[in-house]
Design a protein around this ligand. Structure first.
Ligand code: GLN
Length: 313
């Protein structure tokens, strides 16, 4: 099936812009609570080099937990499979900021995409340096992936979360007690909050995700990760990328995706497309309400799914 993608992107943007039930903007990070919910953007970077955009695709938003995909990629580059001694690879079945499993599982978070797991990944990426070194490395990495040096951190969002991130402080301190956070907690969280506060628009995010549709290759010909590693990151996005709604996302959309409380979702159709959608209103699981609906519609119309034979997509 070869869909008319430009027409479909327009249709999805128009449909989503007209929706009345848009979910609730995240309010626990005060800076995010200020974002106007009446926005929707979509961008699709295709494997054959096209970039299709619709709606508010040029408006920047806080990528929040989508940064966990890029942070995981960097951490695997630093310590390889040793990372899995400190972080699991199972869906948590709990909220993104849950603390309950950590006690039973001795400070080893279920996966790198819940907050606890991402904090361990930040600890790994710090590697004995100051947060500004790790943050600089992360920013250079996403700029390289997207081919866009304008990508920056929103310092107000980082400060807002630093001032109010008590749950994350609890998670980090708790894991430090188990020895699974090794740097001082304020340094680890400084790095984590800044990574979450990276601001990108849909266009930049879809471009940054291309290596995951291209079996680990950067479109300029360089290699970001091995094919096996790209597949495993996609597998984790599918099984853990939407927290306790990951099963529902796989059922409804059927492609790997990673959401953030800023309302963005990065979704990957291996061999086909890297897709970014954004709408700030969240559903009860903290995932973009219209972003999820938009991806569901896109997958239905295109036939894109990791569960269908390649010739059907
Ligand atoms: N920075 C946010 C937090 O740690 C990220 C959560 C998310 O996007 N789901 O709470």
């Amino acid at each position: 099936m070869v869909p008319d993608l430009p027409a479909l992107v327009d249709e999805i943007a128009t449909t989503m812009q007209a929706m009345e039930d848009r979910g609730q903007v995240a309010s626990y990070i005060p800076e995010l609570a200020k974002v106007d919910p009446a926005q929707f953007g979509i961008a699709i970077a295709t494997a054959d080099g096209r970039l299709l955009v619709g709606g508010d695709a040029d408006t920047g938003f806080s990528i929040q937990s989508i940064s966990k995909v890029f942070a995981l990629t960097l951490a695997l580059g630093k310590v390889g499979d040793q990372l899995w001694d400190r972080v699991g690879r199972e869906p948590s079945g709990n909220a993104f900021n849950s603390i309950v499993q950590l006690e039973q599982e001795q400070g080893i978070p279920r996966n790198p995409f819940i907050n606890a797991g991402a904090i361990v990944v930040s600890d790994v990426n710090l590697g004995g340096h100051q947060p500004r070194v790790a943050i600089g490395e992360m920013l250079r990495f996403v700029r390289y992936l997207a081919g866009d040096d304008a990508i920056a951190i929103n310092e107000e969002v980082a400060a807002s979360e630093t001032a109010t991130g008590f749950r994350n402080m609890a998670l980090a301190n708790y894991m430090r007690a188990f020895g699974n956070v090794r740097h001082p907690v304020d340094l680890v969280l400084g790095s984590y909050f800044h990574q979450c506060a990276i601001e990108m628009n849909c266009r930049q995010l879809a471009l940054a995700g291309r290596y995951l549709m291209l079996d680990g290759r950067h479109p300029d010909g360089g290699r970001v990760v091995s094919p096996g590693r790209a597949r495993r990151i996609n597998a984790l996005m599918l099984t853990c990328g939407h927290y306790d709604a990951s099963g529902d996302f796989a059922f409804r959309v059927g492609i790997p995706g990673k959401s953030g409380v800023g309302g963005g979702i990065l979704a990957i159709v291996p061999g086909r497309a890297s897709i970014a959608v954004w709408s700030p209103g969240l559903n009860e699981n903290g995932n973009s309400q219209l972003g999820t609906q938009a991806l569901e519609l896109l997958a239905r119309r295109t036939g894109w799914s990791v569960f269908s034979p390649p010739d059907a997509r």
